[in-house]
Design a protein around this ligand. Structure first.
Ligand SMILES: Cc1cc2nc3c(=O)[nH]c(=O)nc-3n(C[C@H](O)[C@H](O)[C@H](O)COP(=O)(O)OP(=O)(O)OC[C@H]3O[C@@H](n4cnc5c(N)ncnc54)[C@H](O)[C@@H]3O)c2cc1C
Length: 354
């Protein structure tokens, strides 16, 4: 069996690692020209599904590397107003695990060199009479596989062809996603697991990424990355840009300093997939954001992508292509439940929406 995976996000790479470990031929095709072509360095929380998937799919030495390069999330998560006056609390977090997405991708890429093609933008596929599927790319090349997996994220070209009726809804919330070096000053601002400051027009979410071990000191292929404060400025404006300095002009100076001292930031729109009714299983399937993109307010998009990868790996190894239908039935159930839970959590962080 030859499996072609479109997209080298955490879901696609986790599946590639799991299949490769079981001796299945796999090729990952990524549109970016190189691993660090775009900024991908935000922090994600890993839950038991995500960690289990990584433990099941990765060779032990790579799973150890994941564990060593994660950070711990522990303590309170106070909610304050924009002047840092506490208004409520999201509760105590014990034993949480956070990972830097860029570092995690570098770990997941380790050992896949021969199976990875950068600069391959998937455009369309064709099911062939012998039951195989041909994937075509923008550079005019193509490749034939027994199974084609669309792990190509929110704008999935595989999903557009397989499920043209699938709907992705824009919540209207825009996020400026940034990171600022974790100095003592900012560590004091977030002594526990996180902090949420809710102002009249925007919400600022703060969380620490303090690596258990410096990634580049553990393995030469990992990026040199220092500890940082991850912040997300969420605005229910529907506008194409966010002027963070103006929006927060009269906020507490410590909060403004986090934004002013940023090392990097990028703007994203929060979108959410509508549930898709069951479709006829075939040699083409989907995982992760490509099928069930969700608001980050639930902290489960990446974990659900990893869970998909683990389940699909198991079904393909146990039953070959015949396992795809089972995978899709189960994935639709927990995937769209996670989408609904994430959407329901959004007003907690963006009460300005209502
Ligand atoms: C601010 C923020 C915070 C988040 N926090 C969390 C969290 O705490 N916990 C959590 O679980 N999740 C979190 N998430 C969600 C998580 O990051 C995503 O759900 C996850 O990265 C999805 O992984 P994926 O592999 O499905 O897709 P992606 O990571 O989007 O990867 C898709 C890949 O496909 C490639 N691609 C796209 N189109 C093509 C094409 N035509 N041809 C070839 N390649 C293509 C892309 O370049 C990309 O590399 C957060 C997201 C955001 C924005």
């Amino acid at each position: 069996m030859h499996v072609v995976i479109i997209g080298s996000g955490i879901g696609g790479l986790c599946l590639a690692q799991g299949l490769r470990s079981a001796g299945v031929a796999v090729t990952v095709c990524e549109r970016d020209a190189a691993v660090d072509d775009r900024y991908q360095g935000y922090r994600i929380g890993l839950n038991q599904h995500g960690l289990q998937a990584l433990a099941d799919c990765l060779p032990p030495r790579l799973y150890e590397l994941v564990e060593s390069t994660c950070g711990d999330q522990i303590g309170t998560r106070p909610v304050t107003d924009e002047q840092l006056r506490q208004t409520s609390d999201l509760g105590w977090v014990a034993g949480g695990t956070v990972a830097d997405r860029r570092v995690l991708r570098h770990v997941l890429l380790t050992g896949l060199d021969a199976d990875l093609r950068f600069g391959k933008q998937f455009t369309r596929y064709e099911e062939l009479p012998d039951g195989t599927v041909r994937a075509e790319f923008a550079d005019g090349t193509s490749t034939v596989a027994d199974v084609l997996v669309g792990a190509d994220g929110i704008g999935s070209a595989v999903r557009r062809q397989l499920l043209p009726h699938a709907v992705i809804t824009d919540t209207g919330v825009r996020c400026l996603l940034g990171r600022t070096e974790l100095t003592d000053r900012f560590a004091r601002l977030v002594p526990g697991a996180g902090k949420v400051a809710i102002g009249p027009n925007a919400t600022l979410m703060l969380g620490k990424m303090a690596f258990r071990r410096r990634p580049d000191q553990l393995a030469a292929q990992l990026p040199a990355t220092a500890d940082y404060l991850r912040w997300v400025l969420m605005v229910p404006s529907g506008q194409p840009t966010i002027d963070a300095a103006t929006l927060t002009a009269d906020w507490h100076p410590e909060l403004r300093a986090v934004i002013a001292e940023q090392t990097t930031s990028s703007l994203i729109s929060i979108r959410s997939a509508e549930p898709v009714p069951a479709w006829r299983p075939g040699p083409v399937t989907l995982l992760g954001d490509a099928i069930h993109t969700m608001s980050p307010s639930g902290g489960s998009g990446g974990n659900t992508a990893l869970r998909d990868a683990n389940l699909l790996r198991r079904k393909l190894i146990d039953s070959g292509r015949a396992g795809i239908g089972d995978y899709e039935a189960h994935m639709r159930e927990y995937g769209f439940a996670a989408v609904a839970a994430s959407l329901a959590a959004l007003p907690t962080f963006v009460p300005q929406l209502t």
